[in-house]
Write a new protein. Structure first.
Length: 302
C-alpha cells in the first residue's frame, strides 16, 4: 500500500541506533533502525499478502508505523516482530501489522455524490430487485455500509437491501459489528435519519448512537482480502470499492477491477473513491461520471 509521507508522524527518530532492551521493557527510547533487508522483506510480504505497494523511499514511514508495534510487543528488532507476525496463528498479529501500515479513515455519507446517485439513479434502475445486493468492499469501521442501508431505507418505496461489508482487518470489523458511534461522527447524516435508524445512548452512553437492529440486520460483515479471489462473494447491483485501490499497484488494481466487473449484474455500478482513477487500468466497464463505472446492460436493457 503506498502511503503518504504526511502520515509518517515523527519519522526522524527512526535512524537513531536501537536501544532494544529499553524497548523490551516498555521504556521510552529510540526504536532500532530498520535494516534494508528487513524493509525489503516487509515490502515483499505486504505486497504478496495484501497487495500493499510500499515503494522504496517509504522506509521511514514503515519504520515509524511499525516501531509502535515493536514497543507494544517488546521486540528488540523489526526481524523479531516480523517473525512473530508470520508465526502468529491467531491472526491477531497480522491484523495489527496491516492496521499499522494502512489507514482506516472513513465517515458517514463520505463522498455524498455516491449516495445521491444510489438513491436517485440506482434505485430507479434496480428498484424492483428483491433484494438489492450491494457490496461495501473495504468497509473499515462500518460507516460506509450503514450509510448505504440508511440511504436505501430512507426511500419509502425502496425494497429490501442486502449489504455485504468486507475488510481485511478483523479489528475494524469488530467495531463495525458493534455499530456504536459518537454523535460527532454523525454530523453528515440528515437529522431525521438519526431518530429513524439510530438509538441514542443514555446515562453512561450519553453522546453515543447505536445503529438500530433492523438496519444492522441488512448488513453481513465478513473478513475478505481483496487481492484473493472474491468470486465467492457473489453478484451485486452495486459495488462500493472506495479509497483502498489507490494503495495497490497497477497490476493488482487491474486484477481487482476486472474481478469486480465480473461480479456486477448487467447494468450494475462500481463506485471508486474520487481520488482513485481507473486511468491506465484495462477494464470492460463504461465510465458514467467521476468515480462511477457501469457494467454493460443486458439484453433486457436494465
Ligand atoms: C481508507 S479505508 C476506506 C474505507 C471506506 N471504503 C471509505 O471509503 O470510507 C481503507 C480500508 O481498506 C482496508 N484494506 C486494506 N487492504 C485491504 C485488502 N487487501 N483487502 C481488503 N481490505 C483492505 C483497510 O483495512 C481499511 O479499512
Amino acid at each position: 500500500m503506498a502511503l503518504a509521507n504526511s502520515e509518517t508522524g515523527d519519522a526522524r527518530a527512526v535512524r537513531r541506533p536501537g536501544r532494544g532492551a529499553a524497548a523490551a521493557e516498555g521504556l521510552a527510547g529510540a526504536p532500532p533502525a530498520l535494516q534494508p533487508s528487513e524493509f525489503a522483506e516487509i515490502c515483499r510480504f505486504a505486497h504478496e499478502r495484501f497487495g500493499l505497494d510500499l515503494k522504496s523511499g517509504k522506509e521511514e514511514l514503515v519504520s515509524a508505523r511499525l516501531s509502535k508495534k515493536l514497543r507494544q510487543h517488546g521486540f528488540r528488532s523489526f526481524r523479531q516482530y516480523f517473525d512473530f507476525v508470520r508465526a502468529d496463528a491467531s491472526g491477531e498479529a497480522m491484523t495489527g501489522f496491516i492496521d499499522a501500515l494502512t489507514t482506516n479513515h472513513t465517515s458517514f455519507l463520505r463522498e455524498p455524490v455516491h449516495f445521491d446517485f444510489l438513491r436517485q439513479t440506482v434505485l430507479g434502475t434496480f428498484g424492483r430487485a428483491r433484494p438489492l445486493r450491494i457490496w461495501s468492499a473495504a468497509c473499515s469501521t462500518g460507516e460506509e455500509p450503514y450509510s448505504i442501508v440508511c440511504s436505501v431505507l430512507a426511500r419509502s418505496e425502496a425494497g429490501a437491501v442486502s449489504v455485504l461489508a468486507t475488510d481485511i482487518s478483523a479489528r475494524v470489523l469488530e467495531i463495525a459489528r458493534r455499530g456504536v458511534y459518537p454523535a460527532s461522527s454523525l454530523a453528515a447524516m440528515p437529522r431525521d435519519w438519526l431518530s429513524r435508524f439510530f438509538q441514542r445512548g443514555r446515562g453512561a452512553s450519553e453522546g453515543l448512537y447505536r445503529i438500530k437492529a433492523e438496519v444492522a440486520a441488512q448488513v453481513e460483515f465478513r473478513r475478505l482480502n481483496l487481492i484473493e479471489s472474491t468470486a465467492r462473494a457473489g453478484a451485486f447491483h452495486v459495488i462500493f470499492c472506495r479509497n483502498v485501490m489507490i494503495y495497490f499497484d497497477k497490476p493488482t488494481q487491474q486484477r481487482l477491477v476486472r474481478q469486480l466487473g465480473e461480479q456486477l449484474v448487467p447494468g450494475g455500478y462500481l463506485f471508486v473513491g474520487h481520488s482513485e482513477s481507473l486511468a491506465g487500468v484495462d477494464h470492460a466497464l463504461t465510465y458514467v461520471r467521476p468515480a462511477i463505472y457501469r457494467r454493460a446492460a443486458g439484453e433486457h436493457g436494465r
